[in-house]
Design a protein around this ligand. Structure first.
Ligand SMILES: [Zn+2]
Length: 381
């Protein structure tokens, strides 16, 4: 008990100190034990783990070992923390995280403003150093400011910044060409008047309580799952690699937007991707989201280990089995096409507090809807 209290006090102190937490995060990540930080691994044409930004499969194992000793400094909760806690304690922890997140966001804003001022006239993010992979220069991070600056340099595509936003993705790298040239891009605006009323083909979810880790990859909060979670559809079985969130939802249905969406990213043996989108409205709190938020990393590239069997994805699936189905793409660079999309019709809910925590870290991480270009959206009744 005292140990746990100490952890949170430390986290809070660091958060109040603002830059200190960033610095702590940077120093932790200077560890050479991260030879291949997964969050920005180069995308492969056939297995662009990322709708997703991340090769979920290789990530979790190595990440957790070297992070374990750092738990206290970075405000991570040790797995043991979760078991005996009451709901009130959970809520208190999350409240602390909100404060920490707000403090961090302000620090980042200041740092980014500084970077923007310093790099005026230069094309942002154009150097080889700014790209994917863990830059070795992390080790030199000596101040919170430098740490923040490097974090910024790695985020070489964005949702809102001039020059790196969705309209510019295709110009940032040749590999991102599909973001502009693709004809089957995601997300899309689904309009029921023009959907194809198809026969029911149930999505067969076989989800088991699983462990894994939560990563802040700079674009979203993502849970890389371990364990045997599968989706069978169209005669193929796909393994669930990871899920992550967008705020607001990227998809629209009959002109209605949603507060959030969870994307459940699956891959089959042939390397094809199937993403299930679960739309989310404000409402009752979601218990699974609570578990994820409790372990939410605050700093970019930070990764927090989840207790074994903590995540049961059934907690994020609506009762109503109906869904929309269409072919699309990753909604993040490199925008690779050939992704089978299923958007569940019935939204789930998260509480205002749960929504607020995410939106403080990611005020806007949704790509605009893309033209259908004649694609068929099938409605599975
Ligand atoms: Zn997504």
């Amino acid at each position: 008990m005292p140990a746990h209290a100490h952890t949170w006090n430390s986290a809070h102190r660091l958060a109040v100190a603002g830059g200190s937490l960033l610095l702590a995060g940077a120093l932790l990540h200077a560890s050479p034990a991260h030879p291949s930080e997964p969050a920005h691994a180069p995308a492969h044409a056939t297995a662009p783990e990322t709708e997703a930004h991340a090769p979920a499969t290789s990530a979790p194992t190595h990440a957790t070992k070297d992070q374990a000793p750092a738990a206290e400094l970075s405000g991570k909760t040790a797995p043991a923390v979760h078991g005996p806690l009451s709901l009130e304690q959970d809520a208190a922890q999350i409240a602390l995280k909100v404060q920490a997140a707000m403090s961090l966001a302000k620090t980042r804003e200041r740092a980014q403003a500084h970077v923007a001022a310093a790099s005026q006239g230069k094309r942002p993010h154009a150097t080889a150093n700014s790209g994917h992979g863990q830059p070795s220069t992390d080790i030199s991070a000596g101040t919170a400011h430098q740490a923040a600056l490097q974090g910024h340099a790695e985020a070489h595509w964005s949702y809102t910044e001039t020059g790196t936003g969705p309209d510019a993705w295709a110009q940032l790298k040749p590999e991102f060409g599909a973001c502009a040239a693709g004809q089957r891009q995601s997300p899309v605006h689904i309009q029921e008047g023009s959907t194809l009323q198809g026969p029911a083909e149930p999505l067969v979810f076989d989800y088991q309580p699983s462990g894994g880790s939560v990563v802040n990859n700079g674009h979203t909060i993502q849970v890389d799952l371990e364990g045997n979670n599968t989706l069978t559809v169209r005669g193929s079985t796909y393994q669930l690699l990871q899920f992550h969130f967008h705020h607001p939802a990227e998809e629209k249905v009959d002109h209605k937007g949603f507060a959030m969406v969870a994307h459940l990213v699956h891959k089959n043996a042939e390397g094809q991707l199937a993403v299930v989108a679960v739309l989310i409205d404000p409402g009752a709190a979601n218990d699974l989201v609570n578990k994820v938020w409790t372990h939410m990393p605050l700093d970019v590239k930070d990764r927090v280990r989840l207790p074994a069997a903590l995540i049961d994805m059934k907690g994020l699936l609506p009762q109503d089995p109906r869904y929309y189905q269409f072919m699309g793409s990753l909604t993040t660079p490199p925008c690779t096409e050939g992704v089978l999309w299923m958007v569940m019709k019935q939204p789930m809910t998260v509480s205002r507090e749960q929504l607020k925590l995410f939106s403080q870290l990611f005020p806007m991480n949704a790509r605009p809807t893309q033209a259908l270009n004649g694609r068929v959206v099938r409605e599975a009744l």
